[in-house]
Design a protein around this ligand. Sequence first.
Ligand SMILES: [Zn+2]
Length: 329
Amino acid sequence: MSPKERTFKILEGEKVDRPSVLSVTQTGTVELMEASNAYWPDANFNAELMAKLAIAGHTIANLEGIRIPFCLTVLAESMGCIIDKGRIDRQPSIAKTLYDQGKTPNVENLLDSYRIHVVLDAIHKIKEMNFNVPLIVGFEGPTTLAGHLLDVERLCLMMIRKPEEVKSYIEKAEEACVIYAKELIKEGADIIVVADPTASPSVLSPKMFEKFSKEPLKSIAKLTKRSVLHICGNATPILNHMAECGFSGLSIEEKVDLKTAKSILKDKKVAIIGNVPSAGVLLNGTEEEVYNVAKQAIASGVDILAPSCGIAPHTPIRNIKAMVRAAIS
Ligand SMILES: [Zn+2]
């Protein structure tokens, strides 16, 4: 069984010999940039560099997946936000929202965006090389994208004071996510990952998640049988809702206790992905610590062993390899 087949089976709810080990969140690190000669910020805006750096996560750090891109700004910039390009160890971020430019969201020419073309071209380049691991493509979820268009604080205030107006933003964000996800799938993404950090209970109450975030997520999940939802922080209070969105995998952070998650999700057909602490153990731990924490996650029943959130840029390759060893040995 190839790593790709194993991961597909896991996401389709079938039994396999062991967990896969990969990252559904960003994989760009400074050591991998040096090894592949593909550096941020350029690798976020150039298809060839994006492909090279992502491939290094598999060929050099041994992850059983290739994951693009490395940030959550592709749709935001495509819809008109102004981006700060970041630097070698900092991801691109929003410099000016759409709202602050006095513009309203529109998805008519979304697929003409150069940022989207960088990702699509990177998909083609990676697919041409016929790896036996899945190509994983992530993007910002509807609530996070609406937060980029409006600013997160404004989004939260509007949810309380102007729910109809905020809904129109979330609807446009949902439309953009659906158009983009369809294109990613058509062009060869094996797994799509919706990262929706702004929908986390640390930002939105579970009630607000149900009211504003859940339905838009459902419309993305139903586009493919291999989809993952990543929500940061302690997502325990919304795990049930997350499972009801219809994704084949849920990616959770270390703040979610795996055994609790397993018991909440025991009747749901959904793979649990996580949750080796990205900021704690993977970044700062020793190889032995990483290996032990990863072994514990496997013992607690994780279906796909993965970093809990985006891999921090200064994470040593040896620690990513130690996580991989825990799954394959
Ligand atoms: Zn996260």
